[in-house]
Design a protein around this ligand. Structure first.
Ligand SMILES: [Zn+2]
Length: 191
């Protein structure tokens, strides 16, 4: 019996509050691992950034077999990433997908820069920062500007996923929501 999107959101919120309070349970014992030997039934997909400061399972205080995580710099979705999300939804029955942006995202910051290196193209070409003031150069791109761009990109990624599920006739499209993570407090804010 798979977990509903509503219950999954509650569980993510509860886990994040434990993490913030320093009361994480860290369920990684041999017993916990043993429970997953017959297969996996993750109750949420997290589409997140590769940033080392956003340790996804820790942030939501989950153990083995609970989250299906797809990460890339700036949570940009490649074809493989999209198919990975679909795998969790279609084969594993996961009902909730969370796009998790974060404070001080280097990928989004690079997308705001005037002359980013060409090799970053496969990442930053997928980050639309036109919704925030494009006249800002990176040296005066203040924290608020970057935070706005992070939120906008997370919401754009939600829309991209919605459109992709429809275009590809995914039979039971999941609930998709966006969130942003604060580096110091450890809090996840739902957008
Ligand atoms: Zn990032």
């Amino acid at each position: 019996m798979s977990v509903s999107a509503e219950r999954a959101l509650e569980m993510l919120g509860e886990g994040n509050r434990r993490f913030v309070r320093g009361e994480a349970q860290g369920r990684y014992s041999a017993e916990e691992r043993g429970k997953t030997l017959e297969g996996q039934e993750p109750w949420a997909v997290i589409v997140g950034c590769s940033d080392s400061r956003v340790p996804v399972e820790a942030v939501f205080d989950v153990g083995v077999g609970e989250l299906f995580v797809v990460r890339s710099a700036g949570h940009v979705l490649s074809q493989a990433g999209l198919a990975s999300v679909r795998f969790a939804v279609e084969k594993l029955g996961t009902k909730l997908v969370v796009v998790l942006g974060h404070e001080d995202c280097g990928a989004v910051s690079a997308a705001l820069a005037p002359d980013p290196p060409a090799w970053l193209g496969p990442i930053i070409d997928h980050i639309d920062v036109s919704a925030v003031d494009p006249s800002h150069a990176p040296h005066d791109a203040d924290d608020a500007l970057l935070a706005a761009a992070v939120d906008a990109h997370a919401l754009d990624t939600v829309e991209e996923l919605h459109a992709w599920f429809i275009e590809n006739d995914v039979p039971t499209p999941p609930t998709v929501v966006a969130a942003a993570y604060k580096l110091e407090s450890g809090e996840v804010h739902w957008l």
